[in-house]
Design a binder for this molecule. Sequence first.
Ligand SMILES: [Zn+2]
Length: 271
Amino acid sequence: MAFTRATGKHRAPSRLTRRSAQVAGIAALATTGVLGSLASPAVAADSEAPKATETGLTQAIALDATLAEQIDAQARVQHQQAEAIARAKAKAAAEAKAKAAKAKAKAEAQRKAEARAKEIREEKARAARAAERARLNAFHLPVAGSSVTTGYKSGGALWSSGSHSGVDFRAASGSSVVAVGAGTVVEAGWGGAYGNNIVLRMTDGTYTQYGHLSSIGVSVGQSVSSGQQIGLSGSTGNSTGPHLHFEARTTPEYGSDMDPVGYLRSHGVNV
Ligand SMILES: [Zn+2]
């Protein structure tokens, strides 16, 4: 092996070379366990080594560490604040949602209650109209509480035709005579053998006649409702005593008579 290095001029090793040597030495010492006692004085002894305060490196690192901790702490606080805000927002949103749902449920319940109330009102109105229709359509006895004393088609000398064209209802003079159903007055006045008589055209197109009246309370063309008083019973015309002669007819004229009891019964009257 040959030494190629010139020996004439011994140059002092550069600072970097010496530093490298020291570091190498420390490393070597570290393996022997004497680093703690020797390394520091060795470094400190190097007067040419720049101090930390001069380089600013260690200080910068120290400052950086503190700043990093501060930044970390600040970040944690900000994160916590952000989480708190998010939680508050979520809570507010949930509360708003619950409130909206409650308001919707309340509105729905109110709408249902109103709809139900409307249904009940309409049902009552329908029932009232039905009752009114029933009342208007219901037929009545021509004399309340009365009964037939002389039947339809019964024979006798009293009737010019030889047969009774209607029925007689028991009625003391002055008893209230009512329209058996709704209709219009087509005749009101003297009717010969019938005395004072009234003929009504009923809403179904049939006719009813009321004879021997002591007084007439309606006039031709007048509309009458079912059960409305139209006159008072008596014994006018060809009559042997106070009663009501009642006929049901297919036309306003005498001779178009039909069974008055069957007619009333067909309209629900108990006779
Ligand atoms: Zn009669």
